[in-house]
Ligand binder design. Structure first.
Ligand SMILES: NC(=O)c1ccc[n+]([C@@H]2O[C@H](COP(=O)([O-])OP(=O)(O)OC[C@H]3O[C@@H](n4cnc5c(N)ncnc54)[C@H](OP(=O)(O)O)[C@@H]3O)[C@@H](O)[C@H]2O)c1
Length: 306
């Protein structure tokens, strides 16, 4: 029988941090959780847009908005400190924010911006929040994509290939970032089990949802008119961001085991209710995961805490 969102139940007195919660799948995840009575922290690049989004969330739960720029490791550190100073318990950290494709742009530390945003910034956030995550047996959710199955990371990936690929292929880099999300979730699960940590880790593929993801790519490339058209077309052709959030909601159901990969199975995994998927071969190799972990630690200039 398919999973039904009702199975998640009420979430009163539980706190969730969602990155990129001002739009798309992150916003709809926040909306659902606030409706279940949760306290949701919207961790967003632009706090005025975050406040506007939070104001539109009705329900018995509550919200907080914090500034988070995943493409700036110093700012990730400031945001983490704010969260550690404010919260003692976290039900889940939902690493949802992401960018896709577009021209070559760099992060504040000079790394390719998709890898910096989608993977490195989230790894830094997880590392900095570790005392809170470990202390409250939190679930870490990494929002990946079925594009991750075509990622090309391997045990032989060099730092340059991961962080500053040349020649640059924006589409391939996006696939690599989503492979990295899935690899990282698997490795985190393995390491938590080995270390007897209560932290659990689940990866998600949301299916194809009509969000700002493509429009933002077109805007970064200077195609503002196409971006507006793409918003209309994707709203008509793709499923709603609320349906896209179903996989994330299933990922935080305690019935979903650590190490799972959750997503739809119909129409090439683009639609349908969230099921437990087989992890793509591209993300199953522990040596590739270990290589990603090693380069990530080099970027963060410290060992990851688990
Ligand atoms: N939509 C789909 O069909 C689909 C399919 C597979 C996977 N996904 C994944 O789903 C996740 C959510 O994407 P979405 O489709 O909901 O797209 P979206 O509407 O564009 O949402 C992406 C969110 O990420 C935020 N973000 C971008 N750069 C950031 C940064 N440097 N620091 C912090 N936040 C940042 C965006 O903030 P701004 O509003 O400020 O830009 C936005 O809130 C992504 O990880 C994406 O890869 C989506």
């Amino acid at each position: 029988m398919s999973w039904d969102p009702q199975q998640l139940g009420q979430q009163v007195e539980r706190t969730f941090v969602i990155t990129g919660a001002n739009s798309g799948i992150g916003l709809e995840t926040a909306r659902d959780l606030v409706g279940r009575g949760a306290h949701v922290v919207l961790a967003v690049r632009d706090t005025s847009r975050g406040e506007a989004a939070a104001a539109r969330l009705a329900g018995p739960g509550s919200t907080d908005v914090v500034e988070l720029d995943l493409a700036d490791l110093d700012q990730v550190a400031s945001c983490s400190k704010q969260l550690l100073d404010t919260y003692e318990n976290l039900a889940a950290l939902i690493c949802n924010a992401g960018i896709m494709g577009g021209p070559l742009l760099l992060s504040s530390q000079g790394f390719e911006r998709q890898m910096a945003t989608n993977h490195l910034g989230h790894a830094a956030l997880i590392a900095a929040l570790w005392p809170l995550l470990d202390g409250s047996a939190s679930r870490v959710v990494l929002v990946s994509s079925n594009e991750g199955r075509r990622g090309q990371l391997s045990p032989h990936t060099t730092r340059e290939q991961l962080l500053n690929p040349d020649p640059y292929d924006g589409k391939q880099v996006y696939r690599n970032t989503k492979q990295a999300n899935l690899l990282f979730a698997q490795e985190l699960n393995r390491r938590c089990a080995e270390a007897d940590s209560p932290v659990t880790s689940v990866a998600v593929h949301p299916g194809a949802a009509g969000t700002n993801l493509l429009a933002r790519q077109l805007e970064r490339g200077g195609h503002d008119v196409l971006a507006r058209v793409s918003k209309v077309v994707s709203t008509v052709l793709l499923r709603s961001p609320a349906l896209g959030a179903f996989a994330t909601l299933r990922s935080i159901d305690p019935q979903t085991p650590s190490g799972a990969f959750v997503g739809p199975t119909k129409f090439g995994q683009l639609r349908g209710p969230p099921e437990l998927l087989d992890v793509y071969p591209s993300a199953r190799d522990p040596d590739t995961a270990a290589r990603l972990w090693e380069i990530t630690e080099w970027v963060l200039e410290r060992p990851l805490p688990i």
